[in-house]
Ligand binder design. Structure first.
Ligand code: ATP
Ligand code: MG
Length: 308
């Protein structure tokens, strides 16, 4: 375990009481200060993994260390570093926003600090709702209360299990900004999401989980680079009937009745099309329009899950 690791997980397994294996040999290190996005289809094991780290689900075997404290021997210390926004919202509907958030701080044995609670509520645009009962808030506001609650004891590591579920686009964007701001203050963030756009926008690293197995962990940029496809479509002035032999070595397809020539390559294999353009000219092929498209994280994700 490195000094700058926030979480270290070794050979983690979870078999539920009914015999279902939800986590299968997970090894994962979360670095301090990063935003890590955990992606995977429904039932992949994301919530189980988060709940195991947060002490809600008891692992069947394996070890978890949080900021250097081992779950098995120093659970209270390990848990004190963590804030969790669960997938299922659970709060006392009749309590006020202020009391809910303050009470949560007290649960962790932290001394009262109204100024801090105020700053959290303001940051999450909940200040004008501080005296409102939770049941009188909208769904998106309730989710923000859950975030405030998770932050109440000043955790170093924040888990967000599907933070954007049921949150509208505008609010989602403002939440992303808030999460980034939190990271600026040094908080490590682990989130699960079904919105690949969210991971693409925010994450430093991506983990993909499927059937309880972590099938990949990679820096986002690296992942896009390694698995990303770049597609260039050339609309031709005059259609062609076949690809000239001189161009046979390029990954080309002919589309649109010979009116479009499509060049597809892995982002990291080629990054210079000047040779290709020259060859087109030599062969008398003249494009009148060029469209360029990079594959999204979503396409990469689908590819990964289908292959595993
Ligand atoms: N208490 C339980 N007992 C038995 N099986 C469970 C229990 N909780 C979860 N599971 C099963 O474990 C698997 C993983 O569930 P989990 O909630 O971790 O998935 P998830 O990746 O968070 O999915 P989602 O994207 O839908 O939130 C599922 O097949 C689920 O049915
Ligand atoms: Mg889940």
């Amino acid at each position: 375990m490195q000094q700058d690791d926030a979480i270290h997980i070794t050979d983690l397994n979870k078999i539920y009481d009914n015999g279902f294996r939800a986590l299968d040999g997970i090894n994962l290190t979360i670095r301090r200060g990063e935003i890590f996005a955990l992606l995977g289809p429904n039932g992949a094991g994301k919530t189980t993994l988060i709940n195991a780290i947060c002490g809600i689900v008891r692992p069947s075997s394996g070890s978890i260390t949080v900021s250097g404290f081992d779950h098995a021997t120093h659970y209270r210390q390990a848990r004190s570093f963590i804030g969790l926004v669960p997938q299922e919202l659970t709060t006392d509907a009749f309590e006020s926003v202020w009391n809910t958030v303050s009470f949560s701080r007290g649960l962790f044995g932290k001394p009262r600090n109204p100024a801090y609670i105020e700053s959290v509520l303001k940051q999450l645009s909940l200040w004008d709702k501080k005296s409102e009962q939770i049941r009188r808030l909208s769904g998106g506001m309730k989710r923000r209360v859950m975030i405030a609650k998770a932050l109440a004891h000043e955790p170093e590591i924040l888990f967000l299990d599907e933070p954007s579920a049921g949150v509208d686009v505008e609010l989602r964007k403002s939440m992303w900004a808030q999460v980034r701001a939190l990271r600026e203050t040094g908080v490590t963030i682990i989130l699960t999401t079904h919105y690949i756009e969210e991971a693409q926008e925010m994450a430093d690293r991506i983990g993909v989980i499927n059937n309880g197995k972590l099938i990949l962990t990679e820096c986002k940029d690296e992942l896009m680079h390694k698995m990303g496809k770049h597609e260039m479509s050339f609309t031709l002035r005059d259609p062609i009937t076949s690809i000239p032999p001189d161009l046979a070595s390029y990954p080309l397809t002919l589309a649109n009745d010979g009116n479009t020539l499509v060049l597809t390559y892995n982002t990291y294999e080629h990054n210079d099309v000047s040779d290709f353009l020259e060859k087109l000219q030599i062969n008398g092929i003249r494009p009148k329009d060029i469209q360029s498209r990079q594959s999204s994280l979503e396409e990469i994700f689908m590819q990964l899950v289908e292959a595993n």
